[in-house]
Design a protein around this ligand. Structure first.
Ligand SMILES: Nc1ncnc2c1ncn2[C@@H]1O[C@H](COP(=O)(O)OP(=O)(O)OP(=O)(O)O)[C@@H](O)[C@H]1O
Ligand SMILES: [Mg+2]
Length: 405
């Protein structure tokens, strides 16, 4: 928890600043001051990690105080807030390092806090939402999982990838069910201790969305440590969620989680496209059969025309070796059709996958030694550039978890 002190002689703006900061769960409002003259003393006594100075009540006094502070406490980061751009510039000359222009929204504040506290004296750690795992402020990785048609295993992959990431004590992982109308990630994982808040409740209350509300919406799968943001309970509610809501929710979640895995719908709705744009990597799930592979080609083509999203696509073949789903198409042929290497293959393993689903557990808990879980573990390693555990088990092997990038 980072400690912050604020000074703002104007009561109304001080109050909204306080409310804003109360919504951020990695800062603690250590001291609040209503007079510029007293702020130096407040800093002396409270020794915060960050000083926030609202300039508009009396710019001259505020700027003079900033000069004094920056001389006496050169390592203390100062963040200034004003309607007046000129005053903000002057504050930077006097020693402030960060500034925000009024009116300040939660996201602007979060970004500024993250920069100010991440770069300087702060301890660079924060409590993950609903998770005991701590993580360094900063980089968060977002993986979108998209199906090439219904039933190819998108949710199975998203759930088990997220649970595998969550198993690493250095990570705080969350699964976001963006299959808004028909999502079922919450069936694969039996969750507890949640307040029945879904993504549509967050969308409905987007204006007053803060970290506390978001934390309450995250259901937890206790045994795996994975957090889940569920799809709306009523199908009709899915239309409440717009792309801007998704953008805001994901940006807020990025602050508290190291890994976000997104289970997308197959309808390429505006909400899906927003997630695809924001993602670092898009795992496109396919099977070795014609309609799925044809859709891979069509999807990559379509994603390429939208800000070159196609570059982020990694094709994952699921249910490899399942006689019931494959149509005699070889991996080589599939790569020729797609015009892109296959990034990963996941074996068919009905017993493990169905068993885990029925148990409401991820594979890493239900069948940690199964081939399918081993393959998903290898996938996480390949995604994050770690040596893959069994590189020799390549095309020659029936289950071939090889990585080709
Ligand atoms: N590797 C696998 N081995 C065996 N069965 C699998 C595997 N992956 C997925 N399945 C099975 O395939 C079915 C569909 O999986 P899943 O629900 O994950 O697909 P989906 O693409 O999310 O479907 P939807 O289009 O409904 O969202 C499930 O019954 C699941 O158990
Ligand atoms: Mg699904």
């Amino acid at each position: 928890m980072q400690r912050v002190a604020i000074v703002d002689p104007t009561e109304s703006t001080r109050e909204s600043l306080r409310t804003l900061l109360l919504g951020v769960d990695f800062v603690w409002l250590e001291a609040e001051c209503a007079r510029y003259e007293y702020f130096f003393e407040v800093i002396q006594q409270s020794m915060p990690d960050l000083a926030i100075v609202a300039l508009d009540a009396d710019k001259n006094k505020a700027l003079q105080m900033i000069s004094q502070l920056s001389v006496e406490y050169p390592t203390l980061p100062i963040l200034t807030i004003s309607y007046d751009h000129q005053a903000l510039l002057q504050s930077l000359q006097k020693g402030a390092k960060y500034f925000l222009t009024h009116p300040v929204g939660l996201e602007d504040m979060l970004n500024a806090l993250r920069r100010a506290l991440g770069e300087t004296g702060g301890h660079g750690e924060q409590q993950a939402l609903g998770s005991p795992t701590m993580r360094a402020t900063g980089a968060s990785s977002m993986i979108a999982v998209l199906g090439s048609r219904g039933g190819v295993g998108t949710t199975t992959l998203a759930v088990n990838l997220a649970a595998t990431l969550a198993a690493d004590p250095n990570n705080a992982a969350a699964l976001i069910d963006l299959d808004l109308a028909l999502g079922d990630a919450d069936i694969a994982l039996e969750v507890s201790g949640y307040e029945n808040i879904s993504i549509s409740d967050l969308a409905r209350n987007i204006e007053r969305l803060d970290m506390n509300f978001l934390r309450r919406a995250m259901a937890r799968h206790e045994a795996s440590g994975l957090s889940i943001l569920r799809h709306p309970l009523e199908i009709a509610e899915s239309s409440i969620v717009h792309e801007q809501h998704v953008e805001r929710i994901l940006n807020l979640l990025k602050i508290s989680y190291t890994h976000l895995v997104l289970d997308l719908s197959k309808s390429l709705l505006a909400t899906d496209l927003m997630a695809l744009r924001m993602a670092d990597v898009i795992l496109l799930v396919a099977q070795l059969e014609l309609s799925s592979l044809r859709n891979v080609v069509r999807l990559i083509h379509s994603l390429n025309s939208d800000e070159n999203l196609g570059e982020k696509v990694r094709v994952v073949i699921n249910r490899l070796g399942a006689d019931a789903v494959e149509e005699g198409i070889s991996l080589k042929k599939a790569e020729e059709v797609i015009g892109k290497p296959i990034f990963w293959q996941i074996p068919n393993d009905t017993k493990a996958v169905i068993g885990a689903r029925v148990a409401g557990e991820p594979l890493i808990r239900h069948a940690p030694k199964s081939r399918v879980q081993q393959s998903i573990h290898g996938l996480t390693q390949a995604l994050y550039g770690k040596p893959v555990s069994n590189p020799k088990d390549s095309r020659s092997s029936k289950w071939g978890f090889f990585s080709k990038r």
